[in-house]
Ligand binder design. Structure first.
Ligand SMILES: NC(=O)c1ccc[n+]([C@@H]2O[C@H](COP(=O)([O-])OP(=O)(O)OC[C@H]3O[C@@H](n4cnc5c(N)ncnc54)[C@H](O)[C@@H]3O)[C@@H](O)[C@H]2O)c1
Length: 324
């Protein structure tokens, strides 16, 4: 297939690009490099530098494509609450404009990067696809809105789609081919790595009195290589005419903040400064996904997502960038 990957220079996108090139597909990466890295795009992929909201750029990137993998978005939940218009512009307006352009170009299949943020506070664990959707931040709302639009486009016969709800993406390509680091990360593992490298003073742990084994928050960390595999399986599923679907992508278990810090200390061989501070508003104590539907529908089984491997591959990426 010829596949356009919007946001393919970013953290997850660069891993998806590698996986789909390995699968023998023709790849066009479209990215404005706002948070992505030019060096993350392999020479075997075509690169269109520009914004998804620019109709000429969109037409160029989508010409002749059978499928679209759409990762381009802003992703900081906290920022989406203080600057919602920024998120409306990119995650809603630009995304809808690009889907429109994809339809004009005859693209039939779309794989969309959704998020666990569509669910909001967990009412039960593990979180399966039928769990109530009640986003607690504007970012999660934008993802849910695009899921709903895609459901309508499917119903109206315009295009079929796979919405992949990632839980906490983490880790780097075990073969060391993708090393583009996230800029100004807000998520735990890169923050812990930046402390280990001396780029930050300490890890702030938001709350130690949760109802979890060690009192710190528990999250589901899924290796980005496993996520990339899910994109390949999703495209095969759509291409085979098996229809649109929405799945959660997580491991089915969680790790605590303190476990992540302690394991990182073992991996990097030095202490990682950390300090307990107060809870953050809106942070649930525990969050993990059921991966059962993805397994049944796609045969997707995470193979790289044990915490040790996630941390080792991440540390290697930091070292490959001359850090650590
Ligand atoms: N990282 C996670 O844990 C996580 C979890 C759930 C969902 N997601 C979603 O997955 C997707 C990818 O996330 P990521 O972690 O790789 O983030 P990222 O910031 O590394 O990647 C996003 C890419 O999209 C590009 N981009 C953004 N807006 C653009 C625009 N208007 N035009 C062209 N290019 C644009 C950026 O330059 C970047 O390369 C996002 O949609 C994000 O919301 C990520």
């Amino acid at each position: 297939m010829r596949i356009c990957i919007a946001g393919g220079a970013g953290y997850i996108g660069s891993h998806v690009v590698r996986r789909l090139l390995d699968g023998g597909h023709d790849i066009v990466v479209l990215d404005n490099l706002a948070t992505g890295h030019r060096e993350s795009i392999p020479s075997q992929a075509e690169f269109v530098h520009g914004d998804v909201g620019d109709p000429l750029v969109a037409r160029k990137a989508l010409a002749g494509c059978d499928a679209l993998v759409y990762l381009a978005a802003w992703k900081a939940a906290g920022e989406s609450m203080t600057d919602p218009f920024k998120y409306s512009r990119n995650n809603l307006v630009n995304t809808l404009a690009f889907l429109d352009a994809a339809h004009d170009q005859g693209v039939k299949h779309v794989v969309f990067s959704s998020s666990a943020a569509v669910f909001g506070a967990p009412k039960s664990l593990p979180i399966d696809e039928d769990h109530p959707k009640d986003p607690e931040n504007y970012y999660g709302f934008t993802k849910l809105e695009i899921e709903r639009v895609l459901a309508w486009y499917d119903k109206l016969g315009a295009m079929d789609s796979a919405c992949l709800r990632y839980f906490n993406a983490a880790g780097y390509d075990p073969e060391g081919r993708c090393i583009g680091l996230e800029r100004n990360p807000a998520n735990l593992i890169p923050v812990v790595m930046e402390v280990a490298c001396g780029m930050r003073k300490e890890v702030q742990i938001f709350g130690s009195d949760y109802d979890t084994p060690d009192g710190t928050g528990v999250r589901d960390y899924i290796h980005v290589t496993d996520l990339a595999e899910a994109h390949a399986l999703a495209l095969d599923h759509l291409h085979a005419g098996k229809g649109s679907f929405v799945v959660n992508l997580g491991t089915g278990e969680g790790q605590s903040v303190l476990e992540v810090v302690k394991q990182t200390e073992l991996v990097v061989g030095r202490p990682v400064a950390h300090r307990i501070v107060g809870r953050r508003a809106g942070d649930p104590s525990s969050l993990w996904a059921s991966g059962a539907k993805a397994r049944e529908l796609l045969g997707w089984v995470p193979k790289h997502s044990d915490l040790r491997k996630i941390l080792e591959t991440t540390w290697k990426a930091y070292q490959a960038n001359g850090l650590g």
